[in-house]
Design a protein around this ligand. Structure first.
Ligand code: PSU
Ligand code: MN
Length: 302
């Protein structure tokens, strides 16, 4: 296993000194944002984590290795690269064997984080059960990963490109706790609320860290979703965003988009239809998640 893992100097040093480490995914860099905002945002998010006493580890597949932490040069090169493969659980072995670049999804980042003994992972939004999944069977591998891999994902909930109700049901079946961070309801990424209650509410990082410690001390394998709403001042208008998501879903159906292309297609459409407004929201919420994730990692380390 070691032959596939490559830790950056910063991460290696953190591990030696027992400092808390926070994982970050790379799909958001390759498929979520355009260059150079993607690299700039990734750097700023990393710095937020350092400023709060933890060490960031951006995870990506490069040169036949799982990179846990990227150097500035690697990050810039990665952010610039066109056509980087979206890497979920099933894609990791082939990309590693053939030395191709891979941008890790939530599922793949969880796998890699666990291999490096990292427990907290910060991102924007998770994949879930797609609308119409009762016929398409389109359910993100992220959910199955949350069911079995011991990593907590700090996110702003999930976008309503998904069926949020079915996503919550799936997580319930798999025993994955969804913890609202200072909220009683599941945030819907661009907006602070949805009509779905979370399972539990935590108002501080200590409560989250204690909950995670209890879960893993008891060998209740699997992850947890820490759902942290987008800051009020960056939240989008509910009606505007749901109309845009409706259009994006219709275009995906008209174009017969399927498989791993569905999520990137919908995300790109939403970005296009909001004239970049969604990008600003996306950047703001990831930074906010980085603050909360770093605080949880610091508490969990104690
Ligand atoms: N949802 C978002 N933003 C994202 C993704 C999902 O709001 O960037 C990305 C994540 O990397 C997630 C992946 O793990 O898409 C899910 O893809 P799929 O639905 O194909 O499993
Ligand atoms: Mn899918």
């Amino acid at each position: 296993m070691r032959e596939y893992l490559s830790l950056s100097e910063e991460v290696m040093e953190a591990k030696e000194h027992g400092k808390p480490v926070v994982a970050l995914e790379s799909t958001i860099i390759s498929h979520g944002m355009p260059y150079p905002q993607n690299v700039q945002t990734a750097r700023e998010v990393e710095q937020i984590i350092r400023d709060r006493g933890a060490v960031p580890a951006t995870i990506a597949i490069l040169d036949g290795k799982i990179k846990i932490g990227l150097s500035d040069e690697e990050l810039d090169d990665f952010g610039k690269s066109e056509g980087v493969a979206k890497a979920s659980r099933r894609d990791l072995p082939y990309l590693l064997a053939t030395g191709q670049k891979g941008a890790t999804t939530v599922a793949a980042t969880m796998i890699c984080a666990e291999l490096a003994s990292i427990r907290i992972f910060v991102t924007g939004g998770i994949g879930g059960v797609h609308r119409g999944a009762e016929t398409s069977m389109d359910i993100s591998a992220d959910l199955e990963e949350l069911a079995k891999t011991n990593v907590a994902v700090v996110c702003a909930g999930a976008k309503s490109i998904l069926d949020l109700g079915l996503t919550m049901e799936y997580l319930e079946t798999k025993g994955v706790p969804v913890i609202g961070y200072q909220t009683n309801v599941l945030p819907a990424f661009y907006t602070r609320t949805s009509d779905l209650p979370v399972n539990f509410r935590a108002d501080d990082p200590d409560t989250v860290a204690r909950t995670l410690a209890a879960k893993w001390d008891l060998h209740l394998n699997g992850g947890a979703v820490i759902a942290n709403p987008i800051p009020e001042e960056h939240a989008m208008d509910e009606r505007e965003i749901s109309a845009i998501i409706g259009t994006a879903l219709q275009e995906a159906a008209d174009n017969n988009v399927s498989g791993k292309e569905v999520t990137p297609f919908l995300l790109a459409k939403v970005k296009e239809l909001t004239n970049g407004k969604s990008l600003d929201a996306n950047i703001a919420l990831v930074k906010h998640n980085a603050e909360v994730g770093a605080d949880i990692a610091v508490k969990l380390g104690r």
